[in-house]
Write a protein that binds this ligand. Structure first.
Ligand SMILES: NC(=O)C1=CN([C@@H]2O[C@H](COP(=O)(O)OP(=O)(O)OC[C@H]3O[C@@H](n4cnc5c(N)ncnc54)[C@H](O)[C@@H]3O)[C@@H](O)[C@H]2O)C=CC1
Ligand SMILES: CC(C)CC(=O)C(=O)O
Ligand SMILES: [Mg+2]
Length: 357
C-alpha cells in the first residue's frame, strides 16, 4: 500500500504563502519520485487568522494540527497587526501554537554551504565548514513567564525555567551531540540571572548521564562575540528561548542569508517545521524571498516526522546542486551568481533536481 501522510500547512503572513508554495512544489516532486503520498490541510494562524476570525490562533488550527503527521509553517506578523493588544497579535498566535503542540525543542542547524562561503559577512576561512546546531528551548523562558504586563508607565516580563524544563531540553542537546562530535556548549547569563544559575546547575547534572560528551558553559554576550570570531569552535549550542532566538539569527549570517536556515520544533507528540526567519514584510509580494529555509525545513520534516530519509536527502542534495550551479535569489545575488532567480524559479529548479536522481 502507498505510504500516505497528512501535512498541516500554515502559510501565515508576508512572504509566508510564497515560501510555503515552493516547499509544497518540492515536496510534491520528491513524494512522487519516492512513491509516497502527501495530503495537505491548510490552517490559519497569525495576521491571516486575525483578519478571518479575529483570533491569531483559532481553535480549529490548534486542534486541527494535532490530527496531522506533521506541520509545515511559513511565518507570521506584520505592521498591520502591530498595534493590537498583545493577546490579539500574530506573534501571540505562534507562541500559543507552539505551546499547544508542546514543541519544547527548536533545533536550528547552521550550515555554511561551500558554494556560499563568499556570501558570509565573515572571511571565507572563518566560515568554511561551519556546521553547528542551536538547540533552543521554545515554550518557556521570558516569552512565556508570568507575571508580565505593561500599564503604560511600567512594563515587565519574567524569565522562568523549572528544573524539569531545563532537564528535557538538555537531554535533547546531549542526544544530538552523541551523534555528532560530542560537544555541547550551554549558553546562559549565570553571572547575573538566577534562572541561568539553575540552568547551568541542571545542565551539569544532566551531563553526568552523558560521560562521553564534553560540556562547556559560556555567557551569552561572549557567545554572541565568539560566533563571529570563531564559529567553528561550536558544535551543539544549548540555550534558552530568547538567547536562542537572537543567537540563531546572528548565526544565519555565517551562512550568508537568514533565508537559508531551517528548523524543527519538536516535542513528545508533535513536530512543527519552520524557517527561522519571520514574515519579511519589506520584501513580501515581490517574488524575491529565498524559499530555501522553508524547503530545507520540509526536508527536516520528511526525515524526523515521516521517516522518509531518502526523500529528505534528495531535497538537501537538490539545494546544494542549485547553489553550486549558481542559481541565487536576490539576497544572495552578489555571491558567485550565474543567474538571479525569483522565489518561484528557485523552487522549480530545486524541485526538478530533487525529482531526478
Ligand atoms: N517565526 C515567525 O513567524 C517569525 C515572525 N516574525 C515576525 O515577522 C515580522 C518581520 O520581522 P523582522 O524583524 O523584520 O524579521 P524577518 O526575519 O521577517 O526579516 C528580517 C530581514 O531578513 C530578510 N529576510 C527574512 N527572510 C527572508 C527570506 N526568506 N529571503 C530573503 N530575505 C529574508 C527580510 O527581508 C528582512 O530584511 C514581524 O512581525 C515579526 O514579529 C519574526 C521572526 C519569526
Ligand atoms: C516571532 C516569535 C514569536 C519568535 C521568533 O522570532 C522566532 O521564533 O524566531
Ligand atoms: Mg526569531
Amino acid at each position: 500500500m502507498t505510504r500516505s501522510y497528512k501535512i498541516a500547512l500554515i502559510k501565515g503572513d508576508g512572504i509566508g504563502p510564497e515560501i510555503i508554495e515552493e516547499a509544497v512544489k518540492v515536496l510534491d516532486a520528491v513524494s512522487y519520485a519516492e512513491g509516497f503520498e502527501l495530503k495537505y490541510d491548510e490552517y490559519l494562524l497569525g495576521g491571516a487568522a486575525i483578519d478571518a476570525t479575529d483570533d491569531p490562533a483559532p481553535k480549529e488550527t490548534l486542534e486541527g494540527v494535532k490530527q496531522a503527521d506533521a506541520v509545515l509553517f511559513g511565518a507570521i506578523g506584520g505592521e498591520k497587526w502591530d498595534n493590537l493588544p498583545r493577546e490579539k497579535r500574530p506573534e501571540t498566535g505562534l507562541l500559543k501554537l507552539r505551546k499547544e503542540m508542546e514543541v519544547f525543542a527548536n533545533i536550528r542547524p547552521v550550515t555554511v554551504y561551500n558554494e556560499l562561503v563568499n556570501a558570509s559577512t565573515l572571511k571565507p576561512s572563518v566560515v568554511q565548514g561551519v556546521d553547528l546546531i542551536v538547540v533552543r528551548e521554545l515554550i518557556g523562558g521570558i516569552y512565556f513567564g508570568q507575571p508580565r504586563g505593561n500599564d503604560g508607565n511600567k512594563a515587565f516580563n519574567t524569565m522562568v525555567y523549572s528544573k524539569p524544563e531545563i532537564e528535557r531540553i538538555a537531554r535533547v542537546a546531549f542526544d544530538i551531540a552523541m551523534k555528532r562530535s560530542k560537544r555541547v556548549c550551554s549558553v546562559d547569563k549565570a553571572n547575573v540571572l538566577d534562572v541561568s544559575q539553575l540552568w547551568r546547575d541542571t545542565v551539569e547534572e544532566i551531563a553526568k548521564e552523558y560521560p562521553e560528551v564534553t560540556l562547556t558553559h559560556m555567557y551569552v554576550d561572549n557567545a554572541a562575540m565568539q560566533l563571529i570570531r570563531d564559529p567553528k569552535q561550536f558544535d551543539v549550542i544549548l540555550t534558552g528561548n530568547i538567547f536562542g532566538d537572537i543567537l540563531s539569527d546572528e548565526a544565519s549570517m555565517l551562512s550568508g542569508s537568514i533565508g537559508l536556515l531551517p528548523s524543527a520544533s519538536i516535542g513528545e507528540k508533535f513536530g512543527l517545521y519552520e524557517p527561522i526567519h519571520g514574515s519579511a514584510p519589506d520584501i513580501a509580494g515581490q517574488g524575491i524571498a529565498n524559499p530555501i529555509a522553508t524547503i530545507a525545513s520540509a526536508a527536516m520534516m520528511l526525515r524526523y516526522a515521516l521517516n522518509e530519509e531518502v526523500a529528505a536527502g534528495r531535497i538537501e542534495q537538490a539545494i546544494k546542486q542549485t547553489l553550486s550551479e549558481g542559481y541565487r535569489t536576490q539576497d544572495l545575488s552578489s555571491y558567485d551568481a550565474k543567474e538571479v532567480c525569483s522565489t518561484s524559479e528557485i523552487g522549480s529548479i530545486i524541485a526538478n533536481y530533487a525529482a531526478s536522481k
